[in-house]
Design a protein around this ligand. Structure first.
Ligand SMILES: NC(=O)c1ccc[n+]([C@@H]2O[C@H](COP(=O)([O-])OP(=O)(O)OC[C@H]3O[C@@H](n4cnc5c(N)ncnc54)[C@H](OP(=O)(O)O)[C@@H]3O)[C@@H](O)[C@H]2O)c1
Length: 253
């Protein structure tokens, strides 16, 4: 296994939720972490909590100039780049009759296209001494949540492109893997304007019984899987469910 200590890691969407938890996890084990997101205040709070190993870059991954700046900053802060964690993502849901083209393009842009383009920018740096790219899928490809077709479609795309990029980049010793999380309480639904904080938490907690392990997960539990895939030198093209068994589709006896 490759060591986390000394690794330079870029995490998109590091100002909250799974990204913030992953930044904390990697920095605590000696990585130099660069986080990005659109809200500077959220990023500053995370990097202040973590300390000097964490560098915050405010930017929007759907914008080309921002993507270039974010990668350059990560390379500068970390003295190179060994892992790109394409974590940033947004929720968009609604009945099929109410979907708009603009919102669909927006969510595909954030959840799929930007991660692909960031990966392209990261490849020359990752190839220098072998590296890892992680995409974040979702249990939405395992269980059908009515109304969530836009989000599920983006996550299906992420699983597919993980495998193609693993095949494409293997020769350069770049491994590409995908973590498929289950229910973890974060800001994603609230940012989409779907629920307030309390309703979102109650709704998620209410899903505990659908998990084989009868509880929702934590950002740290997702970070553990991301860390494994960043370090496991012979694992590529893997799509790893880390969902407490939510994706199994538990039925009553
Ligand atoms: N929580 C779950 O239960 C769950 C389950 C399965 C998969 N996931 C996936 O996990 C990933 C992380 O989500 P999360 O649950 O941790 O939600 P979150 O707390 O809302 O984090 C998502 C982050 O992405 C950033 N982001 C969104 N659009 C961006 C853009 N254009 N440019 C830069 N940053 C952007 C957001 O920051 P700004 O708004 O400040 O830009 C936010 O900090 C997502 O890919 C999500 O689909 C989550």
């Amino acid at each position: 296994m490759r060591d986390i200590a000394g690794m330079s890691v870029l995490i998109t969407g590091g100002g909250s939720g799974l990204g913030a938890g992953t930044a904390q996890y990697f920095a605590a084990r000696g990585a130099r972490v660069t986080i990005c997101g659109r809200r500077a205040d959220k990023l500053a709070a995370v990097s202040e909590r973590i300390g000097g190993r964490c560098h915050a870059v405010a930017g929007d991954i759907t914008l080309g100039a921002d993507r270039e700046r974010i990668v350059a900053e990560a390379v500068r802060h970390g003295g190179g780049l060994q892992a790109l964690i394409n974590n940033a993502g947004n929720m968009y849901r609604g009945p099929i009759t109410a979907l708009t083209q603009d919102k669909l393009l927006e969510v595909f842009n954030a959840n799929v296209i930007s991660g692909m383009l960031l990966t392209g920018l990261a490849v020359p740096h990752l190839a220098r001494d072998g590296g890892a790219v992680i995409f974040i899928g979702s249990v939405h490809t395992r269980r059908a949540f009515p109304g969530a077709s836009p989000y599920a479609a983006t996550k299906g795309a992420v699983e597919a492109l993980t495998k193609v990029l693993a095949a494409e980049l293997g020769e350069q010793r770049i491994r590409v893997n995908c973590v498929v999380p289950g229910a973890v309480f974060t800001e994603i639904n609230q940012r989409a304007g779907l629920f307030d904080d309390e309703t979102a938490r109650k709704r998620l907690e209410g899903m505990a019984g659908l998990h084989a392990l009868r509880r929702i997960g934590s950002p740290t539990e997702i970070a553990e899987a991301i860390a494994y895939l960043c370090c496991a030198e012979w694992t590529t093209g893997a799509v790893v469910d880390v969902d407490g068994g939510l994706g199994l589709g538990l039925t009553a006896g």
